[in-house]
Design a binder for this molecule. Structure first.
Ligand SMILES: *[C@@H]1O[C@H](CO)[C@@H](O)[C@H](O)[C@H]1NC(C)=O
Ligand SMILES: *[C@@H]1O[C@H](CO)[C@@H](O)[C@H](O)[C@H]1NC(C)=O
Ligand SMILES: *[C@@H]1O[C@H](CO)[C@@H](O)[C@H](O)[C@H]1NC(C)=O
Ligand SMILES: *[C@@H]1O[C@H](CO)[C@@H](O)[C@H](O)[C@H]1NC(C)=O
Ligand SMILES: *[C@@H]1O[C@H](CO)[C@@H](O)[C@H](O)[C@H]1NC(C)=O
Ligand SMILES: *[C@@H]1O[C@H](CO)[C@@H](O)[C@H](O)[C@H]1NC(C)=O
Ligand SMILES: *[C@@H]1O[C@H](CO)[C@@H](O)[C@H](O)[C@H]1NC(C)=O
Ligand SMILES: *[C@@H]1O[C@H](CO)[C@@H](O)[C@H](O)[C@H]1NC(C)=O
Ligand SMILES: *[C@@H]1O[C@H](CO)[C@@H](O)[C@H](O)[C@H]1NC(C)=O
Ligand SMILES: [Zn+2]
Length: 883
């Protein structure tokens, strides 16, 4: 799955149906499934106790039956029902009288069990549906199944909530919704071959995981039969029925097609995706040295999909806005994100689809690899590093690879799809690649793909560059990696360049919660100084001379930020590093220029460094033109802005930032081709009130309003729209709203949706919040992010918090975890903390439970931080701006 919407917990709908209004050509989506439970047995009696009393139910299938293949007929038949039947062939490896498999919200009938060896029917005595989170379908037999081959046939139907003429049916079953489409052994390890036939309206096209084998027409219905799939996990099962059209990609062997709404295809919006997909697939084929194993690869742009992409084998689905690209309308960033997302999903065709984790507790291997493989620029790396650092510095984090027992229910599985899994996963793999050297790492990956090893077995003993173990021998990769994957958090290393002393400890924002953990890591350190090039050493096994500075030279550890840890130094070394940054920043590698700022600010937050040193680390930005250091500073100062934009610190702070960014703004305006930094320059300059910037934004927007020809460069649209709406009034807002409603371009719509939250007018913000309750104005899937945009605006913060409490039931359907994080991000008073605790007690938090816990913890940290730092920071900004 894709990471940008990984937190989404709405993915529960297995089918999505699209209605196309023939008049306006506007597309709206209707979620087809009711969430009610349908059962075949009116009074089912669970054999296992329910979750509310007694021990938790057994959640895992017994291992006595092993599925081999499925024969599936599915008929989404446009009435309120879809119907189907399936036959699963399986081996019995241990005698039993009961068949367990998964089924959810399906009405199941006509069970027939056959002994394949004798071709005799077996008598079925009872069929039970477990009404608990296990979703077990239990089939009891008259006779015992001995070791051998059997089949189970079932007919089933599922309920749909809407009926429409023209339509699109698409599946999205990861992680545990295949059981809502047909009864199955719905666990990743239970791989099987799928023979699928879809029965659909004759003028529509059906796509499946595998290539079409043939079709025939009976009355109004077309029976499309697909070739058997590879042996694969159920969560990768997919099919789609639509009237979409496709764009082809060149590839020497695989037939690659990108499907989208006919209008979008005709307008060429799928062309960019089609252009790069063949190349990316080829790249991976060479990289892994193993061919993509199917004859075809379809990609589909769906107008409504949560999460934003899913790597179904041979039939990858994307959220439309994340796949389609419109020349002259979409920004450079958008283009990069499309490439990054396709690279992620295609990497899964090997990592995840071909080699699969044993169970969901190790989903990080799957997602971490796909994310790691999709890195092609430092910006993505830095983003993930910072996201992981942030999430993982809280005591409520979780290990990359928790014990299996901790990940059992569907909601526990869904909770695994978070920033730790994606970002820390990728960063830890990048660290491993750096330790053993990329060439060796790639060789290991190839081996693993070739032998279809379990991903866990990748830790091979052949890797070099490992630390010496206690016995003087080389420590195994597994031992090293376990310290990073089985424990929560990450270390900070502290280096005293006077004595050469160096030590590690667990990094937490709240230092006093540390006592709960005694953690220790194997830490690889790439270190350099202004006289010596980089070398790799291991903490604890290295000679301390490495870290002693001579004659005031600086020492830099974690060169290029390949290690997943922070670094602190003695004051003298910090001074030398900051001086170097001001005098000649290019002596320090680019990634480290950003990371020094990030480390300084976060060490200060954890009270391991003074906050004035962190602020001092932003001085060199006055002459810095690169994106990463600026991004790092802006992101860290964002916390200061959140904590202080309701206080007297804000004035002097804005004055300082205006001066720092002035040079960048001038530089960026003349730079061609446009780059990401222009956005930062304009956003920093305008939001801190640099007059040149405000004038520019106003003028650009006014031209559009007066002329109706939008000449604002695509890269700059989001920031210009926002600033213009912020400085404008009702006219600008209404103009943007009308454009938002009438635009058919998804990225344009996204930018306008964000910009609408930038107004300073309370009544406009209130009205905008009300709009989120109406799915015709703001789609349900956009509700959480829209409210978060409003909460981000200091004028909208309190409004948004009141709003989500008043409408929790509706707004929490979207993405409650993200919503909580966004709306509480400014919380820094005792009163706000009390409100949050009351909220946690009074409301049904569902999927947001962990997010609320984290928000409470974060608010406590904020309160303390503000009380300790406000005066010092005010003084620092006042002194800086008085100079
Ligand atoms: C759809 O399925 C339902 C339930 O089996 C059936 O009653 C109905 O006739 C089917 N509709 C069509 C058009 O086949
Ligand atoms: C499954 O459904 C298809 C299509 O309706 C039908 O042709 C087939 O006989 C059914 N198979 C079983 C085992 O019922
Ligand atoms: C069961 O089926 C497998 C192939 O699916 C075959 O190799 C095996 O011999 C069969 N076992 C028996 C007992 O027939
Ligand atoms: C796709 O590739 C063609 C041929 O290389 C090129 O002319 C076209 O501009 C590309 N389109 C996009 C949107 O990248
Ligand atoms: C660093 O080491 C020197 C020499 O041993 C010592 O005087 C100094 O206090 C140490 N600095 C820190 C910050 O621990
Ligand atoms: C830090 O953690 C300790 C121990 O878990 C806890 O008692 C304390 O309230 C926390 N402090 C803050 C500011 O969160
Ligand atoms: C750090 O990154 C730069 C730029 O990618 C590269 O040239 C350099 O070799 C890297 N240094 C190390 C020690 O990996
Ligand atoms: C920050 O910079 C100022 C001015 O150069 C200096 O006086 C101060 O000691 C520095 N603070 C820290 C903690 O390094
Ligand atoms: C709007 O601006 C464009 C380009 O700047 C120009 O070609 C067009 O004539 C203008 N239209 C109107 C109505 O002024
Ligand atoms: Zn993924």
């Amino acid at each position: 799955m894709a990471k940008n919407l990984y937190i989404s917990k709405v993915a529960a709908a297995a089918f999505i149906v699209l209605t196309v209004s023939s008049i306006a050509g506007i597309v709206t989506m209707i979620i087809l499934y009711k969430t009610q439970i349908s059962t075949m047995n009116p009074t089912p009696r669970p054999t296992f106790p329910s979750t509310t009393m007694g021990p938790p139910p057994v959640m895992r299938l017994p291992r006595n039956l092993i599925p081999e293949s499925y024969e599936i007929f599915l008929h989404p038949n446009q009435t309120l029902l879809f119907t189907g039947n399936s036959t699963v062939n399986f081996h019995c490896v241990e005698r039993t009288r009961t068949i367990y498999l998964h089924s959810k919200d399906l009405t199941v009938s006509n069970p027939v069990v056959m002994n394949k060896n004798t071709n005799k029917k077996m008598g079925v005595s009872a069929v039970k549906h477990h009404e608990d989170p296990s979703n077990f379908l239990e089939i009891q037999l008259n006779d015992i199944l001995e070791q051998g081959n059997y089949s189970l046939s079932l007919a089933f139907k599922g309920e749909l909530s809407e009926y429409n003429e023209a339509f699109l049916a698409a599946t999205n079953v990861a992680p545990t919704d295949a059981r809502r489409v047909f009864p199955c052994f719905d666990e990743p390890e239970m791989k099987a071959v799928f023979h699928v036939t879809i029965i659909h309206r004759r003028d529509t096209t059906a796509l499946g995981n595998a290539k079409m084998h043939g079709s025939n027409i009976i009355d109004d219905w077309k029976y499309t039969r697909f070739h058997p799939t590879q042996r694969m996990s159920t969560y990768l099962f997919a099919f789609m029925v639509s009237e979409f059209t496709s764009t082809s990609s060149p590839h020497d062997r695989v037939e690659i097609k990108t499907y989208a709404r006919p209008e979008a295809t005709a307008a060429g919006h799928a062309q960019y995706a089609a252009n790069i997909t063949g190349k990316i697939l080829k790249f991976y084929e060479n990289h892994f040295d193993i061919e993509y194993s199917q004859q075809k690869l379809d990609q589909i742009a769906l107008p409504d999909l949560n999460p934003s992409a899913m790597e179904n084998w041979g039939l990858v689905t994307y959220q439309e806005g994340d796949l389609l690209y419109e020349e002259g309308m979409s920004s450079l960033l958008h283009k990069e994100l499309i490439a990054n997302l396709i690279a992620h999903e295609l990497a899964h065709q090997w990592f995840g689809n071909l080699v699969t984790m044993k169970w969901w507790n190790d989903i990080w291997l799957n997602e971490g690899f796909a994310t790691y493989m999709s890195y092609y620029c430092k910006t993505f790396v830095a983003n993930d590093l910072h996201t992981a650092f942030k999430e993982d510095a809280l005591a409520s984090s979780h290990p990359l690879s928790p014990p299996q027992e901790d990940v059992q229910t569907t909601s526990e599985i869904m909770e695994m799809f978070d920033a730790i899994t994606y970002c820390k996963g990728a960063i830890v793999l990048r660290m491993l690649a750096d330790i053993v050297e990329e060439r060796v790492f790639n060789k290991g990956i190839k081996l693993c793909c070739n032998y279809k090893c379990l991903l866990q077995d990748l830790w091979m003993k052949s890797f070099k560059n490992l630390p010496k173990g206690e016995d003087g021998g080389h420590t195994e990769v597994a031992k090293v990696m376990d310290t990073w994957t089985k424990q929560i958090g990450y270390p900070v290393i502290t280096i005293n360049t006077t004595s050469g002393e160096i030590y590690q400890k667990h990094f937490l924002f709240n230092d006093s919660s540390e006592s709960r953990f005694v953690l220790w890591w194997y830490i690889p350190i790439r270190v350099m100084s202004n006289t010596m090039g980089p070398s790799l050493v291991w903490l604890e096994t290295t000679d301390t001379d490495e870290f002693i500075s001579k004659n005031g030279e600086w020492i830099l550890a974690n060169v290029n930020c390949t290690g997943y840890y922070r670094v602190n130094y003695n004051q003298e070394n910090w001074d030398s590093l900051l001086t170097q940054l001001v005098t000649n920043p290019h002596r320090i590698p680019l990634m480290n220029r950003g990371q020094l700022i990030d480390d300084a600010f976060n060490l200060a937050r954890a009270k391991l460094l003074s906050v004035t040193l962190a602020l001092n680390s932003t001085r060199f930005l006055r002459t810095e033109h690169e994106y990463l250091p600026w991004e790092s500073a802006v992101r860290n100062l964002e916390y200061f802005i959140l904590m202080f934009d309701r206080s007297e610190v804000y004035g002097p702070m804005q004055a300082y930032l205006r001066e720092q960014v002035r040079g960048l703004l001038i530089y960026e305006i003349i730079v061609l081709p446009p780059r990401h930094n222009q956005i930062i320059a304009i956003q920093m300059a305008c939001s801190n009130g640099l007059p040149e910037c405000m004038m520019m934004a106003k003028e650009m927007f006014a031209k559009w309003m007066n002329n109706d020809t939008n000449n604002i460069h695509p890269n700059l649209r989001s920031v210009i729209y926002c600033q213009a709406v912020a400085f404008g009034g009702r006219t600008e807002w209404e103009f943007a709203w009308n454009k938002f409603q009438s635009s058919s371009d998804t990225s344009e719509k996204e930018q306008l949706r964000g910009a609408l939250s930038c107004t300073k007018k309370i009544w406009l913000l209130s009205r905008y919040l009300e709009y989120t309750l109406n799915p015709e104005r703001i789609r349900l899937m956009d509700v959480a992010s829209t409210i978060n945009y409003i909460a981000r605006n200091v004028a909208g913060q309190a409004l948004a918090w009141n709003f989500i409490r008043a409408h929790w039931e509706y707004v929490s359907q979207g993405d409650p975890a993200m919503l909580i994080e966004g709306v509480t991000s400014r919380f820094s008073t005792q009163y706000e903390l009390e409100e949050l605790v009351r909220f946690a007690n009074d409301y049904d938090l569902g999927f947001a439970t962990r997010a609320v816990q984290q928000a409470i913890e974060q608010t406590q940290v904020n309160i303390q931080w503000v009380s300790e730092n406000k005066d010092i920071i005010l003084e620092w900004f006042e002194r800086e701006t008085a100079l």
